[in-house]
Design a protein around this ligand. Structure first.
Ligand SMILES: [Fe+2]
Length: 190
């Protein structure tokens, strides 16, 4: 039987403990299952033939997590960034995304200064899902017509996040919304 989007959302709701903390590995597995067992849903929501952009597919009224579909036109490389106190789970649906993870190595004593070092680099192929916890740093790169389903713990349009520049060893708060769709090219981007 098909794993429906409604079941997926219910399973994510059930992945929260009594303490209100989400089991990110469980949600990652749920998203893998959705992509694997419901190709019709993925085709409908992520097929690059249809409109480009980000769409909110579901927001949970109780737990606050949000499911988005992302469809890109053109490639894009984001700067290293976090999702603030939120988390994000990326499920690749079309094409591939190259992910790089970093860890912060400075002592955070100087405002605006940050050193980060690369810890992992890997490719998400269709059907593969990556998870990124609160304040974890990653960088994302994809080519034209990538599509993915993303689940976030909160509304990234309302959460302050950090963007890092390893060249200048700097960090800045980029404000609410900056990582909500920062991985996506704008319609007029070259
Ligand atoms: Fe991100």
């Amino acid at each position: 039987m098909t794993y429906s989007f409604e079941e997926f959302c219910a399973d994510n709701r059930n992945a929260y403990g009594q303490d209100g903390v989400a089991d990110l590995e469980q949600i990652r597995l749920n998203l893998e299952r959705l992509i694997r067992e419901n190709p019709e849903f993925v085709a409908r929501e992520c097929d690059p033939e249809f409109d480009y952009g980000i769409r909110e597919l579901y927001k949970d009224p109780e737990k606050g997590f949000i499911v988005y579909s992302h469809k890109s036109v053109g490639g894009r490389t984001s700067p290293p960034h976090d999702h603030g106190a939120s988390w994000a789970i990326y499920g690749q649906a079309w094409n591939v995304t190259d992910m790089t993870e970093y860890r912060r190595t400075d002592d955070r004593s100087t405002e605006g200064h940050a050193k980060i070092e690369r810890t992992k680099a890997y490719r998400l192929e269709p059907g593969q899902v990556g998870k990124y916890g609160p304040h974890e740093i990653h960088q994302i790169h994809f080519e034209d017509e990538a599509g993915f389903i993303r689940v976030t713990g909160a509304d990234l349009f309302k959460v302050d996040t950090l963007t890092y520049d390893p060249e200048t060893e700097s960090v800045k708060i980029v404000g609410a919304g900056s990582s909500a769709g920062s991985e996506l090219p704008q319609p007029d981007a070259a």
